[in-house]
Design a protein around this ligand. Structure first.
Ligand code: ZN
Length: 334
């Protein structure tokens, strides 16, 4: 506690574990997202106390983007390896799922469901199905949502085109929306478009439930721009600034970890799915200073640590397509 607010997110995360993790504990490790996604989403709820823009900015930049850049494409429940347990999927994708669920359910139903789930499972354990049951009690069937986002893998990659023509005194707007992801299944979601004209605007919402769907709307003004998902309600590559950059390798990648860790003179990067790729490596100390930069050639994964003082560091790795992960590394005196 030093008077600045740089670590608010960490305090919010750890303090919220009093509720999510300590008071309500997942029955099995395979449901660990019930602790970690909830604690990560608590960071965003803390930021919301500063305002709606702060909340959304945090969700997009600190929760959605780190997951989208991670290249991970495996389901949230029942992770298969220890690395998957402590992955961007468990923390950031799960928190994105809670954000999306809240957008769909609305605040009242969402937080009432949260409260009854907490009250029913305090000082005992819970399963993913318990959480779903409490949320459905407030909203109705949500199996379609949880099947896609929690039991399924990945996220939608939207392909959208819009066109408008004058029709008497109105304008006819045509929206075409498709999904191009190859690893995951089709995602059924309510989608939102912001139509802006000179001195007028309108929000259009419809359910995107078929591939290559075409919807036609009559607008009483001439559109100038049509923006998809302006409030980032969906975890997709349409999230601001992600679209042009992220190309997860076919099948996705695993979660990066280093071994040995703690290490002395060297360590090895283990990152399933990136073995044949060139990696850009930066090692940061905890004040954010770069202490080492390396380019690792395909199939070379040894990281030379000689000369770096003992301490805790962050190893940041970037694979082609801007797929990116960070892992903690402890270096012992050498
Ligand atoms: Zn945590």
């Amino acid at each position: 506690m030093n008077g600045n607010t740089n670590y608010d997110w960490l305090l919010a995360h750890e303090m919220s574990h009093m509720w999510w993790g300590n008071c309500v504990t997942e029955r099995f490790w395979t449901d660990v997202w019930l602790s970690e996604s909830f604690a990560t989403y608590s960071e965003a709820i803390w930021m919301e106390s500063y305002g709606q823009a702060e909340y959304l900015n945090y969700v997009v930049n600190n929760i959605m983007k780190p997951y989208l850049y991670s290249g991970e494409l495996f389901p949230i429940v029942e992770p298969e390896t220890p690395a998957q347990l402590w992955s961007a999927t468990t923390y950031e994708k799960g928190a994105s799922v809670l954000h999306m669920l809240r957008m769909i359910m609305g605040d009242t139903a969402f937080f009432t469901g949260y409260e009854t789930y907490f009250a029913s499972h305090s000082y005992t354990t819970a399963l993913t199905t318990d959480f779903i049951e409490h949320m459905e009690a407030q909203y109705g069937d949500l199996s379609w949502f949880f099947d896609q986002w929690v039991y399924g893998e990945g996220y939608p990659i939207y392909d959208i085109s819009t066109d408008w023509v004058q029709l008497g005194s109105d304008w006819q707007l045509t929206i075409n929306i498709g999904q191009t992801q190859t690893v995951s299944n089709f995602f059924t979601m309510p989608v939102e478009f912001h139509v802006e004209g000179t001195g007028a605007d309108s929000v259009i919402t419809f359910l995107n439930d078929t591939q290559n769907q075409e919807e036609i709307f009559i607008i009483p003004f001439e559109p100038t721009t049509v923006e998809f998902d302006p409030d980032s309600r969906i975890l997709s590559t349409a999230v601001m600034g992600v679209e042009e950059h992220t190309y997860p390798p076919q099948g996705g990648v695993g979660t990066m970890y280093l071994g040995p860790n703690p290490a002395t003179l060297s360590s090895t990067i283990n990152w399933q799915g990136t073995w044949n790729m060139e990696l850009q490596i930066r090692i940061y100390d905890l004040s954010g200073r770069i202490v080492r930069k390396r380019v690792l050639e395909p199939s070379s994964r040894n990281l030379d640590l000689a000369g770096i003082p003992a301490g805790t560091y962050l190893v940041d790795a970037i694979a082609p397509g801007n797929v990116r992960q960070t892992a903690r590394l402890v270096i012992l005196a050498n």
